[in-house]
Design a binder for this molecule. Structure first.
Ligand code: PRX
Length: 631
């Protein structure tokens, strides 16, 4: 066996010994009593009885050895600002934020919703929450009031932390009015709102509810706010993600398992050293931002770059200029971003000294070979594809060069990581597929490793039903991804088995988009599918049946209605969820029992053969859809 194969084998066959060793990578207030309690499957309780704190491991733990080294580097090419916080400074800011939250009534176990652009205060807020044992629930800034309202109602936060505005392409994007609208739409009302005022957009403050961070910070300037030692199984946060139904799921993460998982991944997979700089181009609204902008790098004692801005502004060399300036050693991005850069002048990359870089990690969507080759040749460093999910918190498939140097294979994110017992099963029989190149659903056998989601927030039943009972006859965790494994054990991911689409690395539920479009008064029925796109991986394409077609006589009228529908989606869900096109059809292709044939719609939209249509009721609607794409 190779070194990694042994390492992986030990993680499963001597599970407790393996993870007890990894647990040494973090600080414990009291050591764990039990490594893995799997007495109530599929709920795995990692490091039960041990007490620790995420913020302590990310910040306080480093004060003695590297208090004056950079911890957080907040860069905005939108506002032309760059500010480095040392671990000491970060510690002070986080304590001020924690004291402010406490003063606003937040205690252990309470939820704090964070709706913020990529500014340092967002990091302070996340770390302040875990410091006092409160759960943060970060909502991506690109989501609009409808999405925000449903998350407010699910998380029932005591306090919401937000800002006046984000900024995109040099233009302020207001957050506060959307937040006010979301709060008025929501049943639950937070008792307080804490606002960072960047001076980008004027804000109307609600008396008695809204507080300015600058004032609160001043009030608590010198407050000491010790870390709350919480049980390893105490939830640290919830993060909403899309699934098959319209209602987003609150993925709930623990504390101890997550800290250990991240510390281990920083060592074995990302190989980041204390004192170095890590640059992840993601957003704190996504899981990559949680694990590899905020917690992972800081736990490893690295400086982490938080970047607000486009990859192409002021020009497409901006990221590489930051690599040069901050001597970034580890970088993390998404294939979409690389595809955007690939279309720009290649000389911009050559302009900078990127020799500090050891590897570029890419995740979130399939990495196509031309993109991988281009960036690998341009940078001259290994490109490491990694596959995971909001649910897992850290890579499921990749290569762990910290254990054993392995080559990547183009098109494959890699092999199962330690702690993950990954299998392929037949979609309808649940039978395990062991042969090379057989296509099946990628599943994980329990117990899932540390760092993996604990449950769906406030809905254990949904957690079990959705994730663990979708494969017939077997209790295994379904990733809802199709995959194959080659003869060398490398996996290839072939897309989702459910109604989730991946637009520029953003995971979106087509059902949510359909619900939003259906709220337009003239829409009778709609189907949204993901269609392959050269730049974004996939785009959402909507096919709508309108109630009153009398006005839809020409292209201009159709374009007007299309624009109106897009506006509805923008307003409710946010521009990230806006379909690329809304095409009007007389009917949707359905089975005789009335189920919309989404897979067939997707296939013909991509110019593929729709496959078996024996259950289809009437062929006309599909022919009409085909017509849009055959021009
Ligand atoms: O379909 C897979 C795809 O993105 C989904 C998870 O998205 P999200 O919850 O936003 O988490 C992203 C964490 C990186 C997966 O179910 N996906 C993610 N990474 C890859 C991928 N598809 C192919 N290759 C990848 N490397």
């Amino acid at each position: 066996m190779t070194r990694f194969a042994e390492f992986h084998d030990k993680s499963l066959t001597q599970r407790d010994a393996f993870w007890a060793e990894q647990a040494q990578l973090i600080d414990w207030h009291t050591p764990p009593q039990q490594i893995c309690d799997y007495s109530n499957p599929p709920f795995a309780r990692w490091f039960a009885g041990g007490t620790t704190n995420l913020c302590h491991n990310a910040v306080d733990r480093h004060l003695a050895a590297r208090g004056d080294q950079a911890a957080l580097i907040a860069i905005s090419t939108e506002t032309d600002t760059e500010r480095t916080y040392t671990f000491h400074e970060l510690h002070a800011e986080v304590q001020r934020m924690a004291a402010s939250l406490k003063a606003l009534g937040v205690g252990k176990g309470d939820r704090v919703l964070i709706y913020m652009p990529m500014i340092a205060e967002a990091a302070f807020a996340m770390l302040a929450c875990t410091r006092i044992g409160a759960l943060h629930s970060v909502v991506f800034g690109g989501f609009a009031s409808g999405s925000l309202a449903s998350r407010i109602d699910d998380a029932t936060p005591k306090v919401i932390v937000s800002a006046d505005a984000g900024s995109r392409g040099g233009k302020g994007v207001p957050y506060k009015p959307l937040l006010d609208e979301a709060i008025s739409l929501a049943q639950h009302k937070p008792s307080a709102v804490l606002l960072a005022d960047r001076g980008l957009v004027a804000m109307n403050l609600v008396a008695g509810r809204d507080h300015l961070w600058a004032d609160m910070r001043q009030k608590h300037l010198n407050d000491q706010m010790p870390c709350e030692w919480v049980d390893a199984t105490h939830p640290s946060y919830t993060l909403y993600t899309s699934g098959t139904t319209g209602k987003p799921k609150g993925v709930q993460r623990d504390t101890g398992g997550y800290a250990v998982a991240l510390a281990a991944s920083m060592k074995h997979i990302f190989m980041g050293q204390p004192g170095e700089t890590y640059f992840s181009t993601s957003d704190i609204g996504w899981v990559v931002g949680h694990s590899y902008i905020i917690y992972g790098p800081l736990i490893a004692g690295m400086a982490t770059i938080m970047y607000e801005g486009l990859p192409t502004r002021p020009d497409a060399g901006i990221w590489w200029s930051l690599v040069e300036k901050y001597k970034v050693t580890v970088m993390f991005s998404a294939p979409t971003a690389v595809r955007v850069l690939k279309k720009q002048d290649p000389a911009l990359l050559k302009k900078y000294d990127v020799s500090s870089l050891r590897a570029l990690f890419l995740a979130g969507e399939p990495l196509d070979e031309p993109t991988a080759r281009w960036i690998s040749d341009s940078l001259g460093v290994p490109i490491i594809d990694n596959y995971w999910q909001t649910e897992s918190g850290w890579p499921i498939l990749t290569i762990a060069n910290g254990i054993e140097k392995k080559d990547s294979k183009f098109g494959s994110p890699g092999i199962p990581m330690y702690g993950y017992n990954v299998k392929l099963v037949h979609e309808s029989t649940g039978e395990e597929l062991t042969g090379a190149d057989e296509k099946g659903v990628v599943v994980i056998e329990g117990p899932t490793p540390p760092g993996f989601m604990q449950t769906v927030w406030q809905d254990d039943e949904r957690f079990v039903k959705t994730y663990w009972q979708s494969v017939p006859g077997k209790m295994v965790y379904s990733t809802f991804d199709w995959g194959i494994r080659d003869k060398d054990g490398y996996f290839y991911i072939l897309g989702r088995t459910d109604d989730v689409i991946n637009v520029a690395g953003h995971r979106l539920g087509t059902r949510e988009i359909e619900e939003s479009i259906s709220s337009h008064p003239n829409v009778a029925e709609v189907a949204v599918v993901g269609v392959a796109d050269n730049l974004k991986g996939q785009v959402a394409m909507a096919f709508a049946v309108v109630k009153d077609t009398s006005g839809l006589t020409d292209d201009a009228a159709r374009a007007k209605l299309e624009g109106e529908i897009m506006k509805v989606v923008d307003g409710q869900l946010g521009a990230v969820a806006r379909p690329a096109r809304v095409l009007f059809v007389t009917a949707l292709p359905k089975t005789r029992s009335g189920k919309v044939l989404r897979r067939a719609i997707q296939a013909v939209s991509e110019g593929r053969d729709p496959g078996d249509l024996s259950t289809m009721d009437d062929p006309t609607p599909l022919t009409q859809i085909k017509g849009f794409f055959s021009a």
